[in-house]
Ligand binder design. Structure first.
Ligand code: PGA
Length: 253
């Protein structure tokens, strides 16, 4: 039985004060549900990771980074290593979020290095995959998602892959208010689970959590998560409001 997982991706939002207020609100509001029935994580901007980690430290809310670099240390201006993130209390790291793929030009090869480095550094990567609207319209969803997952996990053993969460986020649904229907999302989740079975084995496929992301709100979260292969959600906009995020956590319980 896969435990539901709700993660909030704050993107480039909040400030030093509001990040801590938001984190505290999530920690206090999810006391009953977080940990026992559902795993909860928040992913603030790098600069607020440490203060947010402190703010949630006595709760079961975990902290994730929105990105991680694949080298351990050295002359990589502006980058942050897995060890640095781990040291300040991060548990998770998003890898290959569509905004990084499409705005910053991250390739599958780079994403794979980040996933691999995150695991080596003791973090749990959340590998984000998903097609553009034009790719869906031209019938290429399966091809794109298969490539993102296969290349994103390249070289990882079954044991290593147990650290990975996959997040299916159709790019056309991110920040647009256009959510994939539960049936559309379930179809791709089932495809990803089958692919994990082909790449690894049935046990790995059944154990791996696959989240849906893209305009998840309190009023659509429950129906999405009721689908067989949707094990939780990765939430952008609605994770910036305590009540909305708590509503989504509640829908996962
Ligand atoms: P959204 O973002 O919920 O605002 O659509 C989701 C994401 O990008 O992870």
């Amino acid at each position: 039985m896969r435990k539901p997982f709700v993660a909030g991706n704050w993107k480039m939002n909040t400030d030093s004060q509001s990040s801590v207020t938001l984190a505290r609100g999530v920690a206090e509001g999810s006391v009953e549900s977080a940990g026992r029935n559902v795993d909860v994580a928040v992913c603030p901007p790098f600069v607020y990771l440490q203060s947010v980690a402190r703010a949630v430290s006595s709760s079961s809310v975990a902290v994730g980074a929105q990105d991680v670099y694949f080298e351990k240390k050295g002359a990589f201006t502006g980058e942050v290593s897995a060890a640095m993130l781990k040291e300040i209390g991060c548990t998770y790291a998003l890898c290959g979020h569509s905004e990084r793929r499409h705005v910053l030009g991250e390739t599958d090869e780079l994403v794979n290095k980040k996933v691999t480095a995150a695991i080596a550094g003791g973090l749990l990567p959340i590998l984000c995959v998903g097609e553009l609207q034009s790719q869906r319209e031209s019938g290429r969803t399966e091809e794109v998602v298969t490539r993102h997952v296969t290349k994103g996990l390249a070289g990882l053993s079954g044991a290593k892959v147990s650290a990975v969460t996959v997040a299916y986020e159709p790019v056309w649904a991110i920040g647009t208010g256009l959510t994939a229907t539960p049936a559309q999302a379930q179809e791709v989740h089932a495809l990803i689970r089958k692919l994990l079975g082909d790449l690894y084995d049935n046990e790995t496929a059944e154990a791996t959590r696959i989240l849906y992301g893209g305009s998840v709100k309190p009023d659509n979260a429950a129906e999405l998560m009721s689908q067989r292969d949707i094990d939780g959600v990765l939430v952008g906009g609605a994770s910036l409001k305590v009540e909305d995020f708590l509503g989504i956590i509640q829908a996962a319980v």
